[in-house]
Ligand binder design. Structure first.
Ligand SMILES: NC(=O)c1ccc[n+]([C@@H]2O[C@H](COP(=O)([O-])OP(=O)(O)OC[C@H]3O[C@@H](n4cnc5c(N)ncnc54)[C@H](O)[C@@H]3O)[C@@H](O)[C@H]2O)c1
Length: 372
């Protein structure tokens, strides 16, 4: 089968995972060009791929020029979050498949437009929620599909990490309403995606309290969210960038009538509890997945995510994390923002919201008085 030609748009910090995935999947794809207005970053990524595969991609500073000059099948977008929608729509309208970093967009309007544009053109839109491919998470999903949990009661997603001011100062777009959102949108979205995927994938009502306690950014550095799902299960999310002095854990817990699973560690890679009423052959093997933490919290899931995305293009099926899947975690977070702004519960299906709608909301709780 013909190798798919990819263009990588955005060569910042996460792009190393895209380069690694391109090398890992080189039998199925060729990363023919990398693009960043900061040419030195694009050159570095081109060198890095050449080292891994022996083949150096072309370097561009303008993705539109690359699209004009090269034969591209798929665009992988890894720019600042605030540019995802505009670039994705450009690429889709030029007939290219799009794999976009999380969050897929910063508003319900933009995300829905991306999904419509892809569907109407028969193109594949994928979103990088790579933790769905972590081995213990795949086993958890199989146990859910096999109904081993019985009636689902609840689940918790805890993202207890530290992001200090130097982290935000390193990339000034972070923590802004126009380009990023707060810790729920940037760091916690992965585990929020896992929670909603595990609890049935159909959120109904969202209530939240968020705030900015410690970091000098516009958006929240802490958030607590409750999600009622249409099947009745309740999801509880605790997300923070304020843990002293360093990352503590990213944990997903799922509780059903006949099963409990807790997958934690630094970035949802380690099985901590795996108890089911009905034992299964694979349980001992799964329980032994106490595992090791990945070298960084990005994990290694991009390799499998690319493989799944390429397969979806070849088979004309949907990738595991299509646009319709990727929008769910985004909407839970946008609903949480609206709930913080209005003090009201938000119905998931009715939501129309953007991070920009938070621009006039002061979420700061910096004064001692305010939190007493
Ligand atoms: N999946 C994950 O685990 C994960 C982890 C980290 C970041 N991310 C996401 O990846 C995205 C990038 O994050 P980052 O930390 O790499 O950011 P970054 O600031 O390090 O890199 C972004 C790069 O995009 C480039 N860029 C901007 N406009 C461009 C354009 N028009 N064409 C080409 N390049 C352009 C910038 O010059 C910059 O080099 C964000 O959306 C972030 O949320 C995902």
């Amino acid at each position: 089968m013909k190798k798919l030609h990819f263009l990588l748009i955005g060569c910042g910090r996460i792009s190393k995972n895209h380069i690694a995935a391109a090398a890992e999947n080189q039998s199925q794809m060729e990363l023919v060009a990398v693009c960043d207005p900061i040419v030195s970053l694009a050159e570095q990524k081109a060198d890095s791929l050449a080292e891994k595969t022996g083949s150096r991609p072309a370097v561009y500073t303008d993705y539109k020029k690359a699209l004009e000059e090269l034969e591209i099948d798929c665009c992988a977008i890894a720019t600042e979050s605030g540019y995802h929608a505009e670039i994705a729509l450009d690429c889709l309208r030029k007939g290219k498949h799009v794999l976009v970093e999380k969050p897929m967009a910063l508003s319900t309007h933009d995300a829905q437009l991306m999904i419509q544009e892809a569907n109407s053109r028969g193109l594949k839109l994928g979103v990088c929620h790579q933790n769905r491919f972590n081995a213990p998470i795949q086993e958890l999903h199989k146990a859910l599909e096999d109904k081993r949990f019985g009636k689902l009661v609840s689940g918790t997603a805890r993202i207890l990490w530290n992001r200090s001011m130097p982290y935000y100062e390193q990339a000034p777009w972070r923590g802004t309403w126009a380009q990023d959102g707060g810790t729920l949108m940037n760091q916690c979205i992965h585990n929020i995606d896992l929670l909603q995927w595990s609890l049935g994938g159909e959120p109904e009502t969202i209530m939240a309290m968020t705030g900015n306690y410690l970091r000098d950014i516009q958006a929240e550095d802490f958030g607590a969210i409750l999600v009622r799902f249409k099947n009745g299960a309740i999801g509880i999310i605790e997300g923070t960038a304020c843990v002293y002095p360093k990352n503590l854990e990213e944990t997903l817990s799922i509780f059903g009538k006949t099963g409990t699973a807790v997958i934690g560690g630094l970035a949802v890679n380690r099985v901590q509890t795996w108890n089911f009423e009905e034992p299964a052959e694979q349980d001992n093997h799964i329980a032994a997945m106490a595992g090791t933490d990945p070298t960084d919290v990005y994990g290694h899931g991009h390799n499998s995510l690319y493989a799944d995305y390429i397969e979806a293009i070849h088979n004309n099926t949907q990738p595991l994390i299509s646009g319709a899947e990727g929008i769910k975690a985004l909407k839970i977070i946008l609903a949480a923002y609206q709930s913080q702004k209005t003090g009201q519960a938000v119905r998931f299906d009715d939501l129309e919201f953007s991070t920009l709608d938070m621009t006039d909301s002061d979420v700061r709780y910096h004064c001692e008085e305010a939190i007493q």
